[in-house]
Design a protein around this ligand. Structure first.
Ligand code: COA
Length: 180
């Protein structure tokens, strides 16, 4: 799959748009803020420690889109192009049957249903347009808002599937039949 144009997604209140190098400051914030990252553990080589790392991250995800390795969207409100969060499909399985979803929002915007709105559309895009059979989500057992978000949007917890890199994570899945 190759995108001729970035697959921008519009929802009732949001535009999910391409993340540009000019978004470096907000990407740095989202990848380093203590509240946003409370339950997120990244291996050393995926950590963002400074603005240069944030810029490299943006360059990497831009290349990933060109090579169909991952797709990341910046979440914006319709009336303001400033990014308030991100959502991505990544970690594609070799046979392109499974993708993982990842997301994070600036704390000022928590609990307004914003990620619900973004997640629904990204899942529909992943299963409907990109033809993945399944989308997985890895989330920390104590991350109540993330678990609630997943459960209310049709994801189901798979107790016998384990994250070999982090035993505190739970794995959730969604397939087309689970879309609400
Ligand atoms: C997880 C996250 C994306 C949720 O985004 P959001 O836009 O606030 O989500 P929504 O408002 O759509 O839904 C969250 C739900 O969780 C509920 N919730 C929030 N905190 C909760 C808590 N401590 N216990 C139980 N439910 C909780 C909310 O009430 C809401 O449910 P409702 O719509 O039935 O009221 C956001 O909290 C976030 O970015 N967290 C930091 C990053 C992160 O943890 N990412 C996940 C990594 S796997």
């Amino acid at each position: 799959m190759n995108f001729k144009r970035f697959p921008e997604i519009k929802t009732k209140r949001l535009v999910l748009r391409k993340i540009e190098e000019s978004d470096c400051d907000v990407i740095f914030f989202l990848r380093t803020d203590k509240t946003v990252n409370k339950y997120i553990e990244r291996p050393e080589n995926r950590q963002t420690k400074n603005k240069e790392d944030a810029l490299k991250f943006i360059k990497d995800i831009t290349e990933d889109i060109e090579n169909f390795k991952s797709i990341s969207w910046g979440i914006t409100l319709k009336n303001n192009p400033q990014i308030i969060g991100t959502i991505c499909l990544w970690n594609f399985s070799k046979n392109l049957k499974i993708a993982e979803v990842g997301y994070g929002l600036s704390p000022d915007y928590f609990n307004k249903g914003i990620m619900t709105e973004a997640l629904k559309q990204v899942v529909e895009f992943g299963l409907g347009e990109l033809n993945f059979d399944k989308i997985e989500a890895y989330t920390h057992t104590d991350n109540e808002s993330s678990k609630k978000l997943l459960e209310k949007n049709g994801f189901h917890f798979v107790p016998n599937k384990k994250d070999k890199d982090n035993s505190a994570n739970r794995i959730y899945e969604i397939e087309m039949a689970n879309i609400q």
